[in-house]
Design a protein around this ligand. Structure first.
Ligand SMILES: Cc1cc2nc3c(=O)[nH]c(=O)nc-3n(C[C@H](O)[C@H](O)[C@H](O)COP(=O)(O)OP(=O)(O)OC[C@H]3O[C@@H](n4cnc5c(N)ncnc54)[C@H](O)[C@@H]3O)c2cc1C
Length: 379
């Protein structure tokens, strides 16, 4: 069973100066996008912004310089990510590559894979997607059925992935596949880096209920990928994915997705807010601050090489509940008609429609609660 000791968030260097540096950069470089694009901004795609951010050294910050990275401390990266999200910067294009594919390739990838993929990721030009979910498997990753058979020419991949965010603009998928014939559950799984322009791959859009095209179905029809596409150890895919999920679940994106709404609410409330609005702002701020401490402590554990699966899951579960409820709590207190054309009304509409997905993406609520319960020895 894991404990819950809080770790101090103690990045090296002058963090105040780092924040100021990024804020100054954003003042010049942040696109003057629509307020709605600034909410849920880690889903907002802007290739020019990603490239500029990469050139400024804010992507791939923790990767070694020999791969084009910044050799910075993970907690310095955390500070930058927090600032980007709080500002509603459109980080969606490079988001997955920077957050988890790059670090995973560094940890488990071959030298050839590192040289091939990491510099492009650090430049903010190479995008990646996560190939875990499948129809009929979904949350139960151990039920993955997409197969990769090793042949003399390479791996032959057949099957289907679903809910793949960004597959339509990504260059590469890190896919969980079954490499051992006849294997069951979490044995016999491996990870492959599959270039998405390989013949035999079909990507079909899934339009979400907000009308956006964020995720996709991806079909593999006897796709031939080179032997060198295998990441890490054959058959160790389950363990590698588990490590990847720790990176995916505990960052500031798990409680800052609705942050633009809180900032806009504070602006709209003005200097003399309605008492009920003032109470709501106070409550939301206190809850966000608490989540932030938990997320920063988890980041500190990841930074020293621990695998805080339970803590990461707690951040995700509580953070998602917070950011998911925020639009409804604002709607309940603030007198704002559904067709209000102002920033607050438009943000509320957008987030009320988008927020149900917050507790699904990255692992559904029930599954996350199961992980927490198991980690605490409750089941
Ligand atoms: C916006 C968004 C982006 C996503 N992006 C990606 C992506 O890039 N790559 C990717 O691979 N996936 C992605 N997903 C998929 C996401 O992780 C899935 O929602 C998840 O895998 C669920 O799969 P499913 O829809 O088949 O539901 P199921 O797994 O069938 O679940 C249905 C319901 O049963 C519950 N349930 C399932 N198993 C258990 C259990 N053991 N105990 C209790 N309850 C259980 C679930 O919580 C859920 O409520 C994304 C999802 C969303 C919403």
């Amino acid at each position: 069973m894991q404990g819950f000791a809080l770790y101090p968030f103690d990045p090296p260097g002058d963090i105040g100066a780092l924040r100021a540096e990024l804020r100054a950069w954003l003042a010049v470089n942040q696109p003057q996008g629509d307020i709605v694009a600034r909410a849920n901004c880690w889903a907002s795609f802007d290739a020019d912004f990603s490239r500029a951010l990469g050139a400024a050294g804010y992507i791939g910050m923790t990767l070694p310089t020999r791969y084009g990275g910044g050799d910075r401390h993970p907690l310095e990266r955390y500070v930058i990510i927090e600032e980007l999200l709080a500002a509603g910067a459109p980080v969606g294009a490079h988001w997955i590559a920077d957050r988890q594919t790059g670090p995973l390739i560094l940890r488990y990838g071959s030298e050839e894979q590192r040289e091939r993929y990491l510099p492009g990721i650090a430049r903010g030009e190479l995008y990646a997607c996560i190939g875990l979910s499948e129809p009929g498997a979904g949350s139960d990753l151990a039920a993955v059925r997409t197969t990769a058979r090793e042949t003399a020419e390479g791996w032959r991949v057949s099957g289907q992935k679903i809910w793949t965010t960004g597959a339509h603009f990504s260059h590469v998928m890190l896919a969980l596949v079954r490499t051992e014939e006849g294997s069951e559950r979490n044995a016999g799984l491996s990870q492959l880096l599959i270039d998405l322009d390989t013949p035999g791959i079909t990507i079909r859009p899934i339009i979400d209920m907000a009308g956006h095209h964020d995720f996709n179905e991806v079909f593999f029809d006897d796709v031939l990928v080179p032997h060198g596409a295998l990441v890490g150890t054959r058959g160790q895919g389950w363990q590698q994915v588990t490590a990847e999920l720790g990176l995916e679940r505990s960052g500031p994106e798990r409680y800052l997705s609705s942050h633009a709404l809180l900032a806009t609410l504070i602006d709209a409330a003005g200097a003399d807010p309605d008492p009920a609005v003032a109470v709501l702002i106070g409550e939301l701020t206190a809850e966000m601050w608490t989540l932030r401490q938990l997320s920063m402590s988890t980041a500190a554990k990841l930074a020293v090489g621990e695998d805080p699966m339970v803590e990461a899951s707690v951040v995700k579960e509580l953070g998602n509940a917070f950011e998911q409820e925020m639009p409804r709590r604002v709607q309940a207190i603030v007198d704002c008609p559904w067709d209000d054309p102002g920033d607050l009304g438009r943000l509320l509409r957008a987030l009320l429609i988008a927020s149900p997905s917050f507790s699904l993406r990255g692992g559904t609520r029930e599954v996350i609660r199961g992980i927490i319960a198991r980690g605490l020895g409750l089941r």
